[in-house]
Design a binder for this molecule. Structure first.
Ligand SMILES: NC(=O)c1ccc[n+]([C@@H]2O[C@H](COP(=O)([O-])OP(=O)(O)OC[C@H]3O[C@@H](n4cnc5c(N)ncnc54)[C@H](O)[C@@H]3O)[C@@H](O)[C@H]2O)c1
Length: 386
């Protein structure tokens, strides 16, 4: 088993998820390479003991990411820091010649994303991908195979979304994800949008234009220190796009929703594809349920399939057992290491989001901000109203 030595920059919520995925690597049965965490960096040193208590392989803890990048042991970096730091730190990782798994949105805005992609273009030996785990749910894998085989026929409509509900509570205090200078102008689109775009973009369903309606539903929140502060980020975004189905060459409506205030939706990622020959629906609300309608001219009947642990990367869990969030994270990391090692994913949809897909998402979210401002449909290509 080849070991790939990783450093983590940003040891918060997502840094720990990666660390635990690395600790669970024995779950995967067919991998020929594995991550080994040798260094961790965070501005908050209080986070280090959890890592060093659990990972004997960690030889470096530092509050300065430059020190981690100077460590010759480190071959690859997972960077999970607030969005205003993506450009600076991702570019530093790439210039140091380390492979990069960056978190979304891969730059706080379009200029930051452009700068990261330009840096990657100057360092072609660096392998870089963006984190996005939901396509690794087994039911989504089935939908992906249907897309690949053309099973849907002509695409009639696509809907994808990621819905949260905890911000319905107006007393929930602000954190960096609710402050424009740290999270970015995109608001909920920057936070949740790449998750929603990944499968449609991989399918080649590229938006030509967008009409966006964005809402800031709770404009002030407790600051967590007894005061109240402006909460300027967009809470909810609904994007209606003309998308092109490359197989048919025809346009269809695609609706992408990212919402932080969707009552009752704790962490719901969904995908709905309607086609002339088949239709499919999946939501993490019922994580093993795939709804399917296959149409051959007879009755139009929606059926339900319980999809078990049919994973892209084989593991020890029995095929009938349930799959969850941390399994999706493990699968995503398997996809990153597999592609780093083998140069391509095992199949089209079993790969992490590419830098080019993040660039497309930035063009879409930037056009969406313009659409909101002008109340018009904004072209993805010319920056002109249509
Ligand atoms: N893939 C997913 O499902 C998912 C889920 C949540 C967040 N994210 C993304 O992950 C990234 C981090 O989010 P999070 O939820 O882990 O945030 P978090 O606040 O839990 O962790 C971020 C960490 O970065 C550290 N940090 C801040 N400045 C730093 C610096 N200069 N040097 C080193 N460390 C620094 C903070 O101390 C904190 O521990 C964001 O890009 C976010 O959009 C992805």
């Amino acid at each position: 088993m080849k070991r790939i030595r990783f450093g983590i920059i940003g040891c918060g919520l997502m840094g720990r998820e990666f660390a635990v995925a690395a600790a669970r690597w024995a779950h995967l049965t067919d991998m020929d390479c594995a991550p080994e965490i040798v260094a961790v960096c965070d501005a908050n040193a209080a986070l280090f003991p959890w890592y060093t208590d659990n990972f004997a392989s960690i030889g470096q803890t530092t509050e300065d990411y430059r020190a981690l990048l100077d460590n010759p042991q480190v071959e690859a970096v997972y960077c999970a820091v607030p969005h205003h730091l993506h450009e600076e730190i991702y570019c530093a990782v790439v210039r140091a010649g380390k492979h990069l798994m960056g978190e979304k949105p891969f730059g706080i805005d379009l200029p930051a994303n452009d700068a990261i992609l330009a840096c990657l273009a100057e360092h072609p030996s660096v392998f870089a991908r963006c984190s996005s785990e939901f396509p690794f749910f087994p039911a989504v894998g089935r939908i992906a195979r249907m897309i690949e085989s053309g099973a849907f026929g002509r695409i009639i409509e696509v809907g994808a979304g990621f819905l949260h509900s905890s911000d319905l509570d107006p007393q929930k205090p602000l954190n960096w994800k609710r402050i424009v200078r740290f999270n970015g102008e995109y608001g909920c689109m920057g936070d949740l949008g790449m998750h929603v775009c990944h499968v449609p973009f991989r399918a080649g369903w590229i938006p030509c234009n967008v009409r966006a309606v964005l809402s800031n539903i709770v404009p002030r929140r407790p600051d967590g220190h007894g005061g109240v502060e402006a909460c300027e980020t967009w809470d909810n975004a609904t994007l209606l796009c003309d998308a092109v189905d490359p197989a048919a060459g025809e346009t269809f409506p695609m609706t992408l929703k990212t919402q932080r205030i969707a009552p009752g939706e704790k962490n719901t990622w969904y995908l709905k594809v309607l086609g002339t020959r088949a239709s499919a629906r999946f939501s993490t609300k019922n994580p093993k349920r795939l709804e399917l309608l296959e149409y051959d001219g007879g009755e139009q009947v929606w059926g339900q399939i319980d999809v078990g642990c049919e994973t892209c990367f084989k593991g020890i869990t029995g095929g009938i057992f349930e799959f969850g969030f941390s399994d999706a994270i493990l699968q995503m990391w398997a996809a990153f290491l597999y592609e780093l090692e083998h140069g391509r994913p095992p199949s089209r949809f079993a790969g992490c989001a590419t830098p080019e897909e993040t660039a497309l998402s930035h063009r879409l979210f930037t056009a969406a901000l313009e659409s909101q401002k002008t109340s018009t449909v904004v072209s993805m290509y010319k920056g002109e109203n249509q």
